[in-house]
Write a protein that binds this ligand. Structure first.
Ligand code: SF4
Length: 386
């Protein structure tokens, strides 16, 4: 890998002014943004650190021993995260995803899961609690996370071939650590749905044409046999450090064709509004697909943007709210929290922020046929979570 200089403009401190609510919410009225999208999904980055150096997310050239990670005093405590989450739930959030960096690096993260699992949605249910991990620590944490109330897990794995896997994560973790983590999650019952299928234990694979294209079919076959949903993610221009290039993107349509040549696939309905993945089931010999049968998914931010019903917001490790994965700046909720704001004031701020939201980066990129604004200083994915 040739030495390349990557300039990172640190966007973390770049804050936006919190707008006033545009309209008062009547009791029971849903909070929506400028494209009538409700706030349903909150992603919380619990650490900006990771034990991987995936080249498309945290390249070693930038995240080396000179990189300034957030000091502990700056990151939100579990109590602060839980307080904020309770207000998001009051405004309509139903699903909370813990991310990072690598969330299992945050000490006692299972305690946070337990605190969040005590909260209630507007309908009085426990929120759907899920977590995205590279699974290298899952073997040791699966049982504790399940007992704490975690329901679903998404594991990032980009290859089965050892050489390709190590080239992508750029550290020396073997594939077996990840597969052992997935097996431990299954043993703990993480992702098991009411009908006894592991529909909530998913695997995500980022595909880069010149790096892991030859891993598409082996991964598909492996997880078809493990009966776990595998989602292929189109390589995205997140942040500023991954030297993204449209030529490296393998369109999901191509992968659908490749797999269908081996096993007939049939489109499946979305499981919920705002779902990022397009689902396909492996058809049986009779052309049918039954719940729990193997399936694959496609998260196609570049060629089939899904901004139209995007109901996601992202809370950074130090308490800034970002309204899009490709945002350049966020709203400093930590300042409000530590400045003594009441729950009503925090709720007011969130209403103003969401009502003024008009983000739809991928849809605009698609219109511009993948051309992105050169030098755009998007915030790093490792800071706000995928
Ligand atoms: S690009 Fe932004 S608005 Fe569009 S789906 Fe992704 S996060 Fe949502």
């Amino acid at each position: 890998m040739s030495e390349k200089t990557i300039v990172l403009h640190d966007q973390r401190a770049k804050g936006l002014i919190i707008p006033k609510p545009q309209r008062v919410l009547a009791p029971g009225q849903s909070l929506t943004d400028m494209w009538h999208r409700p706030l349903r999904d909150l992603r919380i980055s619990v650490t900006d650190r990771c034990n991987f150096r995936c080249t498309y997310c945290m390249p070693k050239e930038v995240y080396d021993n000179t990189y300034r990670y957030l000091p502990h005093a700056d990151i939100l405590s579990f109590e602060e995260i839980t307080r904020l989450a309770s207000i998001f739930l009051k405004l309509g959030v139903k699903k909370i995803r813990l991310t990072g960096g690598e969330p299992l690096l945050r000490k006692r993260v299972e305690d946070l899961v337990a605190m969040l699992s005590e909260l209630k949605t507007l309908e009085g249910h426990a929120p759907e609690l899920t977590l995205t991990t590279n699974a290298t620590l899952l073997k040791h944490k699966a049982q504790a996370l399940k007992q704490a109330g975690l329901q679903r897990v998404t594991v990032s794995l980009d290859a089965l071939d050892e050489t390709v896997f190590r080239r992508m994560n750029d550290v020396d973790f073997p594939v077996s650590d990840v597969l052992d983590g997935i097996a431990a999650a299954r043993e703990a019952g993480l992702g098991l749905d009411a009908s006894g299928h592991f529909t909530g234990l998913k695997v995500n694979m980022v595909v880069q044409r010149s790096v892991n294209f030859d891993q598409i079919l082996p991964m598909a076959e492996h997880f078809r046999q493990w009966r776990l949903p595998l989602r292929f993610i189109e390589y995205m221009d997140v942040g500023q450090t991954n030297n993204w290039n449209l030529d490296e993107v393998v369109p999901s349509a191509t992968i659908v064709q490749m797999i269908s040549a081996q096993h007939p696939l049939m489109p499946l309905a979305a499981t919920q509004a705002g779902e990022t993945a397009k689902r396909f089931g492996y058809a049986r010999a009779d052309g049918q697909w039954h719940a729990g049968d193997p399936e694959v998914g496609f998260i196609s931010s570049v060629t089939q943007a899904f901004c139209g019903d995007c109901n996601r917001s992202r809370l950074s490790t130090d308490g800034r709210l970002y309204l899009c994965l490709f945002a350049s700046s966020g709203y400093d909720l930590r300042a409000l929290l530590r400045g003594g704001a009441s729950d009503v004031e925090l709720e007011h701020a969130l209403v103003g922020i969401w009502q003024s939201r008009d983000d739809r980066y991928s849809a605009l990129r698609q219109v511009q046929q993948g051309h992105t604004e050169p030098g755009a200083q998007r915030v790093e994915m490792s800071y706000i979570g995928g």
